[in-house]
Design a protein around this ligand. Sequence first.
Ligand code: ADP
Ligand code: MG
Ligand code: MG
Length: 928
Amino acid sequence: MATITLPEAEVQNSKSTATKYVYSFGGGHADGNGKMKDVLGGKGAGLAEMTNAGLPVPPGFTIQTEACREYMRGSLSKAVDQQMNDALAQFEALQGQKLGAGENPLLVSVRSGAKFSMPGMMDTILNLGLNDKSVEALAKRSNNPRFAADSYRRLIQMFGNVVLDVEKSAFDEVFEAKKRQKKAKLDTDLDAKALEEVIAEYKKVVKKHAHRDFPQDPREQLVMARDAVFRSWQNDRAKHYRRINNIDDMLGTAVNVQAMVFGNLGETSGTGVGFTRNPATGTKEFYGEFLMNAQGEDVVAGIRTPVHISELEKIMPDVYNQLRDITTRLEKHYRDMQDFEFTIQEGKLYMLQTRNGKRTGLAAVRVAIQMVEEGLISKEEAIFRVEPNQLYDFLVPRLDEKKTKIEVLATGLPASPGAAVGQIVFTADEAVVKAGHGAKKNPVILVRAETTPEDIQGMEVAAGILTSRGGMTSHAAVVTRGMGKCCVAGAGDISVDEKKREMRVKGQTFREGDWISLDGTTGRVIKGQLDTIPPKADDPELLKLMGWAEPFRTMKVRANADIPRDAIQARAFGAEGIGLCRTEHMFFGEKKIGHMRAMILADNEKDRRAALKKLLPLQREDFAGVFKAMDGLPVTIRTLDPPLHEFLPRREELMVDIALLSSYSAKQKKDLLANYKDYGVKAAGDLKRILPGLLARVEQLHEFNPMLGHRGCRLGITYPEITEMQARAIFEAAVDCSKKGIKVFPEVMIPLTATLKEMANQAAIVRRVADEVFKEKGIKVDYLVGTMIELPRAALVADEIAREAEFFSFGTNDLTQTTFGFSRDDVNKVLPTYLAEGILKQDPFAALDQEGVGQLVKIATERGRKTRPTLKVGICGEHGGEPSSVEFCYKVGLNYVSCSPFRVLTARLAAAQAAASDKLKVEGGRTK
Ligand code: ADP
Ligand code: MG
Ligand code: MG
């Protein structure tokens, strides 16, 4: 840190006079430019850049983000007002108009715009400057009283809602009532007189809810609107969006004040939005929607159905060609796909926004490749045009959109990716009935206003879920993402009538049994029964992009897989080994659990060994399967980790059964036999004899805090014969496979060590058994013995542990748990508050806590390698597939990351990007 030599007060003064808070744009010149997103926000930077490029942009000025930060600190400096007044004066001179005054009043929009676009998070105010007087002037000047009244009522509505916090519905009720009264179908059917009545009632709404009048002074309107935009940075929606997208809370938003252009001036005016390429598929086509005689949000609000952009070519060919021309230039200029907004005022085109467009993973990959082929970007840049998490889109089924012309009914939130096609049902029970079983299986889409935990069963059987309410973290969204099931949430244009069993959208009614298709990747709800394309990671374009990225990658990517099927899957996605093969899952198999239970119940070593002997061949078979699947690649197998009581019946259930045994009917007793057959119960009469003994053993094993209890290497140390058996199974399998020509590289991993002696104890067993097996079979295989680092103590004494351990693998789930002292099963009681309060920025179980847990990873790696320079180090927690954590692992020099099979692609790209940005010295130039 540099030393501060000026007294605090002086620093502040000199800063506020020197800071340029307001940047003008207009008349072919802008103070700022497109690179200044930090200062001007994305929107302001885009407006400046377009102005400088000579494009038709309505003029105005941008109040920079520093003003917002000052506002948040409660210290907005006077210079902001001064500079704003100066800019406004200059702006008025340029326009030859006065804000909200005179015969030709200047009207403006007040628009928020942060560095990263936060769609729908903050609201814009249009037509600012209108009041009871200027609305008259506008009517006269435009010779269109209806237009003037429509603009004014919109201002009161937006200002009332955004600035004065009046509920939207209060205005909607007035408007809808007026439409009903006048028998108007569309908003545009209301005439000037009707709109004037609406205005009068809107003013009453403001007075009633905000306890003040709608401000008539245009300057007051402007200052209030500006401050409301600053405040909106802190609203819950905005905070939430920043959290899930990992955007810094301290950035603040800029405010853009811009001359209004009117799309609602009649049939030669209109407004629209578009993309230079298709953001869902990446196809190179002009893509967008517009509405004639409409303003701002009408296109997205869904009150009227917008028209495909291609129609504009027929209505106004010149404007269409100009728009194409401009947007093509913008794309070339920014060297990325653009998302733009435009307005046509009486046949003249204006550009209102341009930015790098958000896109699906599919589109991201395609657009990147196309742009390389078009010579727009280099292959190195292309690597960064795809967010690693987006590759998940390639691993879920997709809609086949090539064959038919599709009709999008509504667009909701892309809550859980993939595609689902099915018949509508409206309740969870119907879903269960209609979905059927086996050969009679029938895909259904569960359509609800929102889901609750009671819907779980229906959600499980449904092919996809559609809700009309709720956000990205609604019940439907969260549950489906966990299930890996397609979900579109919060499709507000759809009204779901659960009583009538109807869904209405776009003037159409859908009933139970009607077919719809969902695209959870883009949030689209599509009419009818589309085909789906199954997931595959062999998409030629994906392979091409990975082919550019992969040469940069230096860190290996492995997968966590317990069974051959998962191992094969992981390998298909490019896994270069197994980083974690958990053996406990193997014991739960039909044939094995009985022997496992017998082993646990044995009260002496001899009986335990007898049970373990029966498990040995079964384990050997499991390991052989995994070795075979990973022929030529390393496989890390972890010795038994969970506490033994997990394999036995629950204590409470046993107590209940014992207490009620005498009152159970013969039938109930018979049912119990199956539950207890592994414990030697053959006939009903055995229950009374055996259950109390079983309970006694369960009591013995009972722990108050099993996660910190008798588990991990502590098991193998207290019951060495378990480790012995597992080591024997591993090496016998390895030797057998090797004899068959399969290349095996077993790595035996001891869990939960904290001390050198624990490691030495278990390593000695493994090495002894290896030697025995090699001697018996007359052949040797290369292997390693290492440990999982999941306790802070292990990280701190890693130099000691590395004397015995030939590799480390960070079990960051447990390491996070033990470092924070958070139980990962209970943390959700605390986490929502912690996130909302900003105490934690992210869930540390999802993204590695680099400051704390990450330090332990770093320390352990350094200390371990000091003792053993060749130490292989990896990570096998959930974090191994999370891009920011992967980048961290690269930075601290890990040899590999290991993650679940479906995240292997993501980890590969994240690891390649980390290395590439290091090598190319570029700051990850990703699209945010
Ligand atoms: P968002 O970030 O939510 O898109 P915007 O500030 O871009 O908000 O504006 C919302 C809508 O209002 C957009 O359709 C935009 O084109 C329109 N709009 C904004 N400013 C003006 C203006 N000066 N003249 C006409 N329309 C405008
Ligand atoms: Mg916009
Ligand atoms: Mg663990």
